[in-house]
Ligand binder design. Structure first.
Ligand SMILES: [Zn+2]
Length: 121
């Protein structure tokens, strides 16, 4: 699998998971009629399915926006391999880092921000 395919798969993977989770929860709630009543279970199930679908669509739109910025070269930060970086993450007791969605390399945030401040000042 090419690196750009891996990057796109990692970028969009949460969207179908969100939709499937919404529909799965909807299915589970629809069968909990004893707790919510028939009308309440149907309403809650519909809302959960709608919420899951909406979150999945929003996630896919944001991923598309980040991909668009990356393709235009305006995305902040880029891995030495050219890949798109994840949102900042923090190790349990370590410094914050961003993970490359293409090669999986973890790049510390401190070095990038120091380099940016040196060039900006
Ligand atoms: Zn990389």
């Amino acid at each position: 699998m090419k690196r750009i395919s891996v990057m796109i798969a990692r970028l969009y993977a949460p969207a179908p998971v969100l939709v499937a989770a919404g529909w799965g929860l909807s299915f589970a709630v629809e069968h909990a009629r004893g707790l919510l009543g028939a009308q309440g279970a149907h309403l809650a199930g519909s809302l959960l399915a709608l919420l899951g679908t909406a979150l999945g669509v929003v996630w896919a739109l944001l991923a598309s926006w980040r991909l668009y910025l990356w393709l235009r070269g305006v995305e902040q930060g880029r891995c030495p391999c050219g890949g798109l970086l994840s949102q900042p993450r923090r190790k349990r007791h370590g410094q914050p880092y961003r993970k490359c969605l293409s090669c999986g390399q973890k790049l510390p945030l401190v070095a990038a921000s120091l380099a940016d401040s040196e060039t900006g000042a």
